[in-house]
Design a protein around this ligand. Structure first.
Ligand code: CU
Ligand code: CU
Length: 483
């Protein structure tokens, strides 16, 4: 039975007993002021108790009700058998059992039973080892009530442990790998493979890197199959949409829709002016498309030409303008089709090229693992805390170029912050001169650009969203600068 309804019945029982005692009060007052006072006190206490039950009672209050009502019932039994104890004009006399007091006693006994059942239930509910899960289950004890990410954060704040626990990330945690230990170590100086952390956000275990390794994805560019047609470079790519599962944190599987079985999809790369031919196959169960950012004819925009399950479509256009772009599905509801994982980076190099650098792609994304239209996990390139577990190795003094794309849904802004360093920023990568020199850049949905920097000191340096909540839920990494 629903918890609130149980307490409604309990309150009714307590008020019934109170009414009986109030009804009998004048009669007993006539016998002696002491008897009358006892009935008045009992009636008032039971009435107040009934009202208190209507406001989410705690365990102490339930216990008080059991003891109090049992005391009244015992006293009643004594007065009906042995006799009224010690006090008043009728001390020692046994009273006859009447319908009214029998009814009150039955209400009290029924109330005691209900309260005991509620106590047992709450004891069972808190027999959980995981402190976050305990608070979480206490928050979510109403059937059908979904524990939101904000509730989780509140609850975890209450026990002083912030981190990701598979158990509270929703029902989709596939197996227990790393979950029990998945709660943040709490306090400061938590340790992941000796990686220093801000707040002790930790996650034990690792995702299955043989399926998707964010470190490899970083520098993996898909140039397509290159050939020449009438003096123009033609690049042919194949992208297939399908349903798959992606592991977004150790043991936490997300049912995704993906291009080529991975989230993000492959990073498509070309040079300005190349002819692009993208063969798109939909092997999913929903219609999908590919919508490219850039210049192209209306029928190549991936909006009106929906590609149904089992169907194929070939997108063909010239790569322009140069810059850091993205591609994503444009089927309605758009939010859903993007959030499920149908997106990737699309990089067009300027004809004259860019200076030699260690180049990588970082797609800032997030995952709604409990389907409440807000994200529980944040990352660059899908896997929470990946570059904290596996610090990203770069060389001291070498130019690093990061193509950054923000595809986060639900949250309006994202950001990128580098520690102990500043970067040149090229908005959308469409100009060859940077627009600013900074260490923190805010990104709206679909916003992207190029970051360039060099580290002049060796050692470990954090990079993360300066939206602290995102950082604590996975969007956090470390550059390991080597000599
Ligand atoms: Cu789609
Ligand atoms: Cu877009």
């Amino acid at each position: 039975m629903e918890r609130t309804r149980v307490f409604l019945y309990a309150a009714a029982l307590s008020l019934t007993a109170a009414a009986m005692h109030a009804w009998a009060m004048p009669e007993h007052l006539e016998e002696w002021w002491g008897y009358g006072s006892f009935f008045l006190i009992a009636a008032t206490a039971q009435a107040c108790y009934g009202l208190a039950l209507l406001r989410r009672p705690g365990r102490m209050l339930l216990l008080l009700g059991v003891v109090g009502n049992l005391a009244i019932v015992s006293l009643w039994a004594v007065t009906r058998t042995v006799g009224i104890p010690f006090v008043g004009p009728h001390a020692g006399e046994a009273e006859p059992v009447a319908a009214l007091d029998l009814l009150a006693t039955m209400a009290e006994l029924a109330l005691v039973t209900v309260l005991l059942a509620a106590l047992l239930r709450s004891a069972r509910r808190t027999e959980v080892v995981n402190p976050v899960a305990e608070v979480a289950s206490a928050t979510a004890d109403e059937p059908g009530q979904v524990l939101s990410r904000r509730d989780f954060l509140r609850a975890s704040g209450a026990v002083g442990a912030v981190g990701i626990s598979g158990g509270v990330l929703g029902a989709y945690a596939a197996d227990a790998r790393g979950q029990d230990e998945g709660v943040g170590s709490g306090g400061h100086g938590g340790d992941v493979g000796s990686a220093p952390t801000h707040m002790g956000n930790t996650l034990v275990g690792d995702v299955d890197l043989s399926r998707f390794d964010p470190t490899e994805f970083l520098r993996d560019f898909y140039w397509g199959e290159e050939r020449r047609e009438n003096g123009q470079v033609v690049r042919e790519y194949e992208l297939t949409a399908e349903e798959t599962e992606v592991e977004v944190a150790p043991g936490v599987m997300y049912p995704a829709w993906a291009y080529n079985g991975q989230v993000p999809g492959p990073t498509l790369r070309a040079t300005e002016g190349d002819r692009l031919r993208v063969v798109f196959k939909n092997q999913g169960v929903h219609p999908h498309t590919i919508h490219f950012h850039g210049f192209h004819p209306a029928n190549m925009d991936g909006v009106f030409e929906q590609v149904g399950p089992g169907q194929e479509f070939v997108y063909e256009f010239d790569a322009e303008p140069f810059g850091t772009h993205l591609y994503h599905c444009h089927t309605m509801p758009l939010k859903k089709h993007i959030e499920k994982g149908l997106y990737g980076a699309f990089i067009v190099d300027p004809k004259e090229g860019r200076p030699e650098a260690d180049e990588m792609v970082m797609i800032m994304n997030g995952f709604d693992t409990n389907f409440d239209a807000s994200n529980e996990v944040y990352a660059v390139n899908t896997v929470a805390f990946h570059h904290q577990r596996h610090p990203l190795k770069i060389k001291k003094g070498e130019l690093v170029r990061i193509y950054v794309v923000n595809v986060l849904e639900f949250d309006f802004i994202n950001s990128f912050h580098t520690h102990a360093n500043f970067f040149d920023y090229y908005p959308t990568g469409t100009r060859l001169e940077p627009s600013e020199f900074t260490d923190t850049r805010v990104f709206g949905q679909g916003e992207r650009g190029i970051m360039e920097f060099r580290y002049h000191f060796p050692g470990r340096f954090m990079f993360h969203a300066h939206v602290s909540e995102f950082a604590e839920l996975g969007w956090m990494g470390i550059f390991e600068v080597e000599e």
